[in-house]
Design a protein around this ligand. Structure first.
Ligand SMILES: [Zn+2]
Length: 415
């Protein structure tokens, strides 16, 4: 199969895409815009050379199907949409690598592989325009909150249902896309890491164990406003002081449990230079792949907030902003991914994904799923400086192709 697969072509096609869909500020493939539609037509042109059936589903996801001996399906996915001023790899590398693998499988099996193989380009993974990511995949998995999505508007006041209409998509029918998963037996997604873990370990590729669960809260400390000149230090009920003590503590908690915790926002009232803070609101985002550890990190933060509130003579209240359970990937597919990386790169690594991906939605729908990460230079994405060496991109295509090959065998053996 290695003679048929051409990873250099994937890199060339990524450059071809970058040349017409980006500018000096980065990638501009924002979902449901004319450029995004142009990118889709470019992809369809590439697919036209293959014996595949291509259609767009009820949620705007593009599917290319190579029918096989079995109707059981291997799905390979990614997203062509980007954030504004985005990177040249996030999402589209997955799709274009998948295209190359589709070519290899079609050639190897004379257009008729043992199982059906499908490439999916998910619609609006980034949620850049309406602030809600994973649109196409969550419509397909059935987890999309229709009432919330119906109310989304972009910065020009255009609603999501109206924007979808311009793409020929009927908002009320988007969950009909769920029927696309009827015969799905496995889902594979390749992605740049978007963080520095593989870079720091000097490793090209890693197996993703799942996406982290998230606990997201607003914590408000309630003290008392008092004049900054006349109030002695020992007489203050300083809401900011209690909140500030949370900062080193959440680093300690993250270290103890091996997760990540972030205080991303801090606002005070009355918020003036001459008053002790009467109120201080911070936001806390906690992530972990293990549900028990996530619960322990949350409990630890609650206990710390109560301790610091008591010490400072202030009150504290918690409000949950968002929550999602960890979504583990499939054990068998993790093993196959691990083996594929080892065979290609000679060394492998297992890591969780902090960000959510379309793969998490497919896994939530009950489809055995795994992701492979390729090293990201600078550990940065959603930025024009996002990059990966060409050597690593080619290695990723080769390893991901091995995974696809193993997955075809795995699906066949489960019949
Ligand atoms: Zn992405």
């Amino acid at each position: 199969m290695s003679e048929i697969l051409d990873p250099k072509r994937t890199v060339a096609e990524l450059k071809e895409l970058r040349a017409f869909s980006g500018d000096a500020d980065g990638a501009q493939r924002i979902a449901f815009t004319p450029m995004w539609a142009k990118v889709r037509r470019w992809l369809e042109n590439k697919l036209a050379a293959l014996p595949v059936e291509v259609h767009t589903d009820a949620a705007g996801n593009l599917w290319a199907t190579l029918p096989g001996e079995s109707e059981k399906e291997l799905l390979i996915g990614g997203h062509m949409d980007s954030v504004p001023n985005g990177g040249w790899l996030d999402g589209c590398f997955n799709v274009i690598a998948g295209l190359e693998i589709l070519r290899r499988i079609s050639t190897q099996y004379g257009g008729r592989p043992p199982v059906t193989v499908r490439l999916v380009d998910w619609a609006d993974e980034e949620g850049a325009r309406f602030g809600k990511s994973l649109f196409g995949s969550s419509a397909t998995s059935g987890t999309l909150d229709m009432d919330e999505a119906r109310g989304l508007v972009d910065k020009d006041g255009i609603s999501l249902p109206d924007a979808l209409k311009t793409q020929g998509i009927d908002f009320d029918r988007v969950k009909d896309a769920g029927q696309e998963l009827e015969n799905a037996a496995a889902y594979l997604e390749l992605h740049i890491e978007q963080g520095p873990v593989l870079l720091d370990l000097d490793l090209p590729l890693g197996v993703v164990l799942g996406t982290c669960g998230v606990e997201r809260h607003a914590i408000t400390f309630h003290g008392q406003a008092a004049h900054s000149g006349s109030t002695p230090m020992n007489r203050r009920k300083d809401a900011f002081l209690a909140a500030a003590k949370m900062s080193p503590e959440i680093y300690r908690i993250a270290e103890e449990y091996g997760g990540v915790c972030t205080i991303g926002s801090c606002t005070t009232k009355p918020g003036i230079v001459t008053s002790v803070a009467a109120e201080c609101r911070i936001t806390l985002d906690q992530r972990h792949l293990d549900p028990d550890s996530l619960a322990a990190m949350y409990a630890g933060a609650v206990a710390a907030s109560e301790k610091f509130a008591e010490e400072g003579g202030v009150a504290v209240s918690w409000e949950r902003l968002w929550h999602i359970e960890p979504i583990p990937f499939h054990d068998d597919l993790i093993e196959l991914c691990d083996a594929s990386i080892l065979e290609t790169a000679g060394v492998t690594h297992r890591l969780p994904s902090g960000p959510l991906h379309d793969a998490a939605e497919v896994a939530r729908a009950g489809i055995p799923t795994v992701m492979m990460f390729v090293q990201s230079l600078h550990g940065i994405s959603h930025n024009k400086i996002e990059d990966t060496t060409e050597e690593h991109l080619e290695m990723a295509v080769a390893a991901f192709d091995r995974l696809a090959d193993k997955a075809v065998g795995w699906i066949s053996s489960r019949r």
